[in-house]
Structure formats: structure tokens, C-alpha cells
Design a protein around this ligand. Sequence first.
Ligand code: ATP
Length: 220
Amino acid sequence: MQVKNCDIQINYKTLVYDASFTLVDEQVNLLIGNNGVGKTVILDQIANLDNNRPAGFLEFPDQSDLVYQTQGVPFIDEVSVQTVLTLFEQMAGANFLTQGSLPNIIEKNLQTRYGNLSGGEKRFVMIWATLQIPRKLYLFDEPLANLDPYHTAEVMKMFYAGVRDGKTIVLTTHQFEGLESDLTHVVHISDQKIAFDGSLSNFTNKHGEDLAKVLQAMPS
Ligand SMILES: Nc1ncnc2c1ncn2[C@@H]1O[C@H](COP(=O)(O)OP(=O)(O)OP(=O)(O)O)[C@@H](O)[C@H]1O
């Protein structure tokens, strides 16, 4: 999957000029950059949300073969977590509630109203359930927001288990814990251009191990 010589635009405003970058199959692909550089707009276009995927977006799957978790985690507040997961099972055509063990944070909340979960609990439930849906491409917009360090680590393990299982994952994030160098690709947007497109190890060779520093400089 790649984007080739494509201006990333919203309402005729160009956010990123002449973007070219690759997303690597069966890896965790990080889309990073400061607030407002256009990461969500790119995810929206990959997801083809408004049937507006640009012509320069090449080899991306159809909507039916991708799943997109947006920044908020809205769902039906009135139903229990168990019902949320049953609905996801129906979407997935799978039986994941009765098979295997559920993460503790889900198990202990099965009878809780979804609307009564904490922000981090909602996000964890949605990420876990989303990953049970069999698709080629998984898009997550800031999945680590609201998660404590323990559940951040758990989610990163789930992502890497997914890629080992053949999933391709794209996520936007401002956090860099739990990354596995050999299964991670980085696309960095800065100054309205693609500043980096390559492996995590090449990115750390360029910028050092403390990836958050890349986002700490005052954006222009
Ligand atoms: N539908 C829209 N109409 C007009 N402007 C928009 C629209 N969607 C996004 N934008 C603008 O495009 C820019 C990029 O927004 P985007 O949400 O992609 O940023 P981001 O990189 O995801 O930032 P963050 O890290 O804060 O989530 C912002 O300035 C935003 O206001």
C-alpha cells in the first residue's frame, strides 16, 4: 500500500505537499506528527470515508476489507459490554466471546453499561473488539489516548500479535512505548511534507531512541 505524489487536502487547503510514502503489509505502521498536520485526514482518506480516496492512494483495500477506529470511541451507551461484544461478534462473523479468555479489564466489566466505562476502559474494549474482526487493514486514530502504561503495553502486544497473524495496522500516536523494531514502519509528517518514511530502526538511527523528542520541537 502506498501514497504516491499526492497533495493531502481538505476543503481545498493543502496539509501535506506531494506526499509519497509506503505502508508495509503485516507491520505496525506509525503515522506521526504534531497536532493538526493531517494524520486523521490521511486515515479518513485511506478509509475512503466520503468516497474521497485520492487517485494517488494505491493498492489500498476496499472498505469491506478494512476497519477504522476513529479518535472517539462512541457506541451504544445503554447496552452492557457483553452486548457490545455480541454485536461485534455478529459483525465479525466470529465467536470470540465463548472462545479463549478475555482480557481482565473486559471480563470484569461484562455486565457494566458501556456508557459507564471509564475513557480508557471504553477504548480498550473497542480496540480489542475491533481486532477480532477479520480484515486486511486496521486503522486506529490515537488508540493509546486514555490508556494507562499497563494497558498501553497490552494494546501494543495485541497489535504485534495481530501483525504476526497477518494483519496490517496503521495507527496515529504521540506515544512510543512497546514498539518492536523489526515489525514497525514510521511515516513522519513535518513542515507540510513527509519528513521520513522507513523502518523504525532507520528512524531511531536518524533521531535517537527518544522518539517523543521529534514532536517536542515547536512546529513551524
Ligand atoms: N472536515 C474538515 N474541514 C476543514 N478542516 C478540516 C477538516 N478536517 C480536518 N481539518 C483540518 O485539517 C487539519 C488537520 O487535521 P487532522 O485532524 O488530520 O490533524 P491530526 O494530524 O490528526 O492532529 P491531532 O494530532 O491533533 O489529532 C486541522 O487543521 C483541521 O482543522
